[in-house]
Design a binder for this molecule. Structure first.
Ligand SMILES: Cc1ncc(COP(=O)(O)O)c(C=O)c1O
Length: 338
């Protein structure tokens, strides 16, 4: 089976397992795990921020960011298919007493006009607009990369309107590789950013939140409140360090395979896709036949994709699938979508 459902399915490498087995550890809730501290320092430096915090998952990372940037009764502005809205169990309302209002996006990017129009006027009837949340790369738009000049313009607008800025950077290194813009530059204007180590970078578990010292101290409190303080977490951070150091260089190969698949899918009558829009490791294709039955037909041919919607099928390339997987998925799709 070639598993292209997500880049979360990667398994730790032998080097990661070795590093995990020999990791120096301490109690991270006391701030005493040297490996976690090393990972956090490395991340802060890489992202050009004062501090970082290791957390168990991307969802917890995002939610800790949102919790640190809001108060109950406030509103978060997000693109209409953002992960924080659709895939985090309604946590912004469940945990923080906030609602999310949505703006349409083009390839994951909301327009300046729509963001400005979504900000509430200071009327007692209204929620208080608090945060603009961006997702980069944007999963449901097919791993699209937000143009940096647009991110900069949105950030400037947000500041003018009194909004704080969050970025769901679950796949921010894919954005760096595709755009050539270093992650520190991408997040320059963000208050808090969540970054996944356990997707394309290949760590088995873990994400990071980066930001200024004071906000990260708040995030640390929220992590504890959510039960995310992990004690001898150095065994996980050791794999995270390798993911951070060695993972980004491997992403270009995933992007090239995704682009190659998109070009092949564009030739098939049962598929609709614009290969020009595939810039990172995610391929979303619109299918003529029901996506779930296509998913099953592909699985019967040894290829796992995932149906996300009635006519949308997703394939995600990652470090555990190579050219043989690309050939297999192309051959299977030729049969299923001919
Ligand atoms: C854009 C985005 N943000 C956040 C997450 C959440 O990560 P996790 O599965 O580690 O909670 C995901 C997971 O797929 C994602 O795609």
């Amino acid at each position: 089976m070639f598993d292209l459902r997500s880049d979360t399915v990667t398994r730790p490498t032998a080097a990661m397992r070795e590093a995990m087995a020999s990791a120096e550890v301490g109690d991270d809730v006391f701030g005493e795990d040297p490996t976690v501290n090393r990972l956090q320092e490395r991340a802060a430096q890489l992202f050009g921020k004062q501090a970082a915090l290791f957390v168990p998952s991307g969802t917890m990372g995002n939610q800790i960011c949102l919790g640190a940037l809001t108060h109950p009764g406030e509103e978060i502005i997000a693109e209409a298919s953002a992960h924080i809205l659709l895939n985090e169990g309604g946590s912004a309302s469940r945990l923080w007493g906030c609602q999310v209002t949505t703006v349409a996006g083009v390839r994951g990017a909301p327009s300046l006009e729509d963001v400005a129009a979504s900000v509430r006027s200071p009327d007692v009837h209204h929620p208080v607009s608090a945060v603009l949340s961006l997702e980069n790369t944007h999963n449901y738009s097919g791993g699209s990369v937000l143009a940096q000049d647009h991110v900069d313009a949105l950030a400037a607008l947000a500041r003018r309107l009194g909004l704080k800025l969050h970025m769901d950077g679950a796949r921010i290194f894919n954005a760096q590789v595709a755009s050539g813009v270093p992650v520190a530059r991408i997040v320059r204007d963000m208050d808090l950013v969540s970054v996944c180590l356990s997707k394309g970078l290949g760590a088995p578990v873990g994400s990071l939140v980066v930001g200024d010292r004071e906000r990260i101290a708040t995030c640390r409190r929220l992590r504890k409140a959510l039960g995310g303080g992990m004690r001898q977490a150095g065994v996980l951070a050791a794999a995270g360090l390798l993911a951070l150091d060695e993972g980004p260089a491997l992403l270009a190969a995933d992007h090239a395979r995704a682009a190659a698949l998109a070009r092949e899918l564009a030739k098939l009558p049962g598929c609709e896709i614009d290969p020009g829009e595939v810039r990172t490791n995610i391929v979303f294709v619109t299918t003529r036949k029901d996506a779930r039955s296509a998913e099953e037909a592909l699985a019967g041919r040894g290829v796992l994709g995932i149906a996300l919607g009635r006519d949308r099928l997703r394939f995600v390339f990652h470090r555990d699938v190579g050219d043989d997987a690309l050939s297999a998925v192309v051959a299977a799709c030729r049969e299923v979508f001919r």
